[in-house]
Design a binder for this molecule. Structure first.
Ligand code: URA
Length: 264
């Protein structure tokens, strides 16, 4: 059998992009197929900066998972305002996603809003702009919000995870647990009358349910902020609606229910 020709660089890059790999994770490429099996840093042929890699400061080791969760809880608990919470997140080093993301994506909208939307995690556009829901799904979210006569100046928008996972992969359960105290405190500080969870991960994480979005959407839950119980409604994530537009009809019903609850 004739062996397949090795892929060209252009074909490899196309493959990576289609697989969602659109950012480098470290300064230097690593040969993970090296004989040592340890993954050796590939040498750059340039003699201009031979000692650059060895002079780079050693990366701080990540804290152990339990320690990271405990630090997150303590930091979030003591944040007296949204500004302080944001500042704490900027300084927090317990979540590995921070090191691969371009920047923190904290929130958008009005911190005094009566309604708060929470998605899963920023994507590429959000990572670039530093604001949640600014890409294609964000445009749809804007239209959903407009359908009940509101806009970003009258709602508050955030995510369970404030850093983009590389290649938009699903955040791991550990990353979610580490970030959870921050979004919980963010909800407590915004103190909306209505919380809307967008999609399955946000719904399951914040509303402590294992049921899927097909069962939870359109249902009202009680969300205990720690200082009061607020009404929470689960609905589809706009990215899901872009892929499955026939469900927009149901999400429209959910938004009507939110609009009704706002005047009750
Ligand atoms: N998807 C999310 O869950 N959040 C964003 O901010 C963007 C896309």
């Amino acid at each position: 059998m004739t062996p397949e020709p090795a892929p060209t660089l252009a074909q490899l890059l196309t493959f990576y992009l289609e697989a969602g790999v659109d950012c480098a994770l470290s300064e230097h490429p690593i040969d993970r197929l090296s004989d040592s099996g340890q993954g050796e840093t590939l040498k750059t042929p340039s003699p201009a900066a031979p000692a650059a890699a060895s002079m780079a400061p050693a990366a701080e080791p990540m804290p152990a998972p339990d320690a990271a969760i405990a630090t997150a809880r303590e930091a979030a608990r003591t944040a007296a305002s949204l500004e302080i919470l944001r500042d704490m997140l900027e300084k927090f080093d317990g979540c590995a996603l921070k090191s691969t993301a371009t920047r923190l994506v904290f929130a958008d909208g009005n911190p005094k809003a009566r309604i708060m939307f929470v998605g899963e995690a920023p994507g590429r556009d959000e990572d670039i702009e530093g604001l949640p829901f600014v890409g294609r799904s964000g445009k749809l979210l804007d239209r959903m919000i407009a359908s009940i006569g509101l806009d970003r100046s009258k709602v508050y928008i955030a995510n369970v995870i404030p850093w983009r996972p590389p290649g938009n992969r699903t955040p791991t359960p550990l990353e979610t647990q580490i970030c959870l105290p921050f979004i919980q405190r963010q909800i407590e500080l915004v103190d909306p009358d209505i919380l809307v969870t967008l999609g399955n991960p946000s719904t399951q994480t914040l509303l402590s349910t294992r049921e899927g979005i097909m069962k939870t959407r359109g249902r009202w839950f009680n969300y205990d902020t720690g200082t009061r119980v607020i009404r929470a409604l689960a609905t589809f994530h706009p990215a899901y609606l872009l892929r499955s537009p026939s469900y927009k009809r149901l999400s429209w019903q959910d938004l009507r229910a939110v609009a009704k609850a706002l005047v009750e």
